[in-house]
Design a protein around this ligand. Structure first.
Ligand code: F3S
Ligand code: F3S
Ligand code: ZN
Length: 108
């Protein structure tokens, strides 16, 4: 299932990580929620393909380890979402549609 592009209406911020919001539900280690707001990654969808890290021209993403998550043991974290220039490459290359980028959503 791809990331819900209306997650900011359908979910609530339950935590903060590295200066970005985490949208619940979160129930570690199985359920990790969505990280980021302007650049949002659904950690429960991401399977650690890595194309987003390779292709983002401004290095928005960094790996975070997520041991014991049922889909993958690391995730692409939008650690530098404020750097995003809205090129949309990450959205295009992710094989499982784990990323949603919306220039109208606040960056942080
Ligand atoms: Fe990078 Fe994706 Fe923004 S590739 S510049 S995070 S739209
Ligand atoms: Fe994950 Fe998709 Fe990036 S699977 S590592 S968000 S390309
Ligand atoms: Zn994060």
């Amino acid at each position: 299932m791809p990331i819900d592009p209306a997650f900011d209406a359908n979910r609530e911020v339950v935590d903060e990580h590295d200066d970005h919001d985490v949208w619940g539900p979160v129930d570690e280690p199985e359920t990790l929620g969505i990280h980021g707001t302007h650049v949002a990654v659904d950690f429960d969808v991401c399977l650690a393909d890595g194309a987003c890290l390779q292709d983002c021209p401004v290095d928005v993403f960094e790996w975070v380890e997520t041991p014991d998550h049922p889909v993958s043991e690391r995730k692409a974290d939008p650690a530098n979402e404020s750097q995003c220039i809205d090129c949309m490459l990450c959205v295009d290359v992710c094989p499982v549609d784990a990323i949603d980028v919306d220039p109208t959503r606040s960056r942080e």
